[in-house]
Design a protein around this ligand. Sequence first.
Ligand code: FAD
Length: 444
Amino acid sequence: MQLPTQGAYVIIGAGVHGLSTAWHLAKELKARGRGSGEDIIVLDKTGVAAGASGIACGVIRNNYFQPAMRQLMAHSVSVWESDAEAFAYHPVGYMQISPEVMHADVVQIYKEQQAIGYPSTLVEGEHECREYMRNIFDDWQAENITSILHEHRGGYANNKASIRALAAKAQAEGVRIHTGVRVTGLSLQDGAVKAVETDQGTVRCEHLVVAVGPWIRDIWKMLDLPQKITVKGPDGELYHDREMWTYWSLQEGVLGVEPSFLADNEGEMPSVIHVDTDAPLYDENGELITDELWGIYYKPDFYFNGVQGGATPYIVDQPADEVAVDPYGPESPDFVVGEDFARMWTSALAHCHKRFEGKGHLFSREPSGGIGCFTPDSFPVFDVFRQNAYVIADSNHGYKMIGVGALVARELLDESQELLEPFRFSRYETGKLHPTSNSPFPWS
Ligand SMILES: Cc1cc2nc3c(=O)[nH]c(=O)nc-3n(C[C@H](O)[C@H](O)[C@H](O)COP(=O)(O)OP(=O)(O)OC[C@H]3O[C@@H](n4cnc5c(N)ncnc54)[C@H](O)[C@@H]3O)c2cc1C
């Protein structure tokens, strides 16, 4: 397909955000008689689902300590539910299983979920939690658990299938998706983006949408935006020279067993499970791995062909500029699942369920995981820069956020969206930051 020389809306990135925006924008334009999908061009240097969206673990949950994140997630779950089959969405629910240090946070999340009508069950107390879990898995044995938040919506979806479904929905509305086209620069005129330069020619545009996942660092630079910023902390102090982008490595893996190995007591597929605990963690040989707070998540998954999940990520100890993002994720020659991760994650599975004891050797050596690009407070930035460049920088929260594109589409048509307000870039300067939780994960 010949690359057009102009389009009213040019979207960079054919991941969850670029394609969801394209699909919803096409529908909005048509509904308002203001155009159609043909006014929208999506450019991707590689292909549909070539980035983080195509390798995501696929977990969809509401469980966030930050009220603004929770509301956004509730909105996105409705989009997942709107066509579960096409999105390969499995609404099995989600469980946050926590130690005492997180108890109060979890109670607060539960209360606020009740307030917004998001269905969940709260279980409190060590004995009660064990009973609740043993009613689901009779071999449950995790220690130091004093609260469980069981969300009855959410679950997981197949990463690539859902993104391809979004692409098909966008194309059915007339959106043109051009793959194998790399954006190499932006032309600005009078402070606004006038054209996108690519390795295959220039495309003039009226609006630009940037949805490039972990490559945001590069387009941010093309927009001539600051690499370091000042952040007003919760204490009212100004913190200067904070890095705008920081990379974290997300470690994930698969235990090579039949997915049904993790069936519940009824023989059914269980909810996605996330366990955090401060109980000491030992490996198969009885050697201590950690006596600090640790966390894992896992689910039986037919797409990954086993029990799949991950653990707490770690910061990539390099300046953002030096991090190799291309090629991405498992495609990257540098990407290997560390022995430490395999030992920790499989030992943690055995800490939680007796059935995983002695199964560490079944850990799959297939490369898995990837890197995420995080903002200074580890929450998304959804905002307009240079007058007409809409940046969707989800700080690696985003596969589950399939509904953000619907809101961005409305903002592109000048309808400001309350759900997106808490994610403006100005919050760093004004100090209107999101509250932080006691979770060991940067995205909870
Ligand atoms: C291992 C891992 C597991 C994860 N698991 C989950 C999970 O379970 N649940 C969840 O909610 N989130 C998860 N995430 C986070 C989630 O995957 C991302 O936040 C989300 O997919 C980002 O979507 P995106 O559309 O912004 O970017 P991407 O999906 O990365 O898409 C960006 C696209 O932009 C293209 N691109 C980049 N630069 C250019 C350029 N210069 N020119 C043209 N095209 C360009 C890329 O080729 C790519 O296709 C996970 C992330 C990782 C790494």
